[in-house]
Design a protein. Sequence first.
Length: 116
Amino acid sequence: MVRPGHWGVRARVERFSEPALLLLLLERPTHGYELLEALPHVTGEARVDMGNLYRVLRGLEEDGLVTSRWEAGEPGPAKRTYELTVEGRRLLDEWAAALRGSRERIDTFLHRYERR
């Protein structure tokens, strides 16, 4: 909630990290640490909270949007690798359509703003 006299502009899409995460998993299956490193480049956020990332991944897996498996291979401990499911791809498609709609509204706003 905004206190009187404390208006601020964030200009961000709520929950944008979710479609960004799905997009990264569409590009290739990967493990959590790689997602943690890659997400800021997609979202524009300075940092990603590791605990929140793993909560979101667990929720996506519980809902059948991603799958995971333990992989050993590199030196060090086994890593859980996440992969997008067909249902996850459908959700990503819906996010892309919704973001296109948002972009159109934003473009309309900016065009009107810049006309004046």
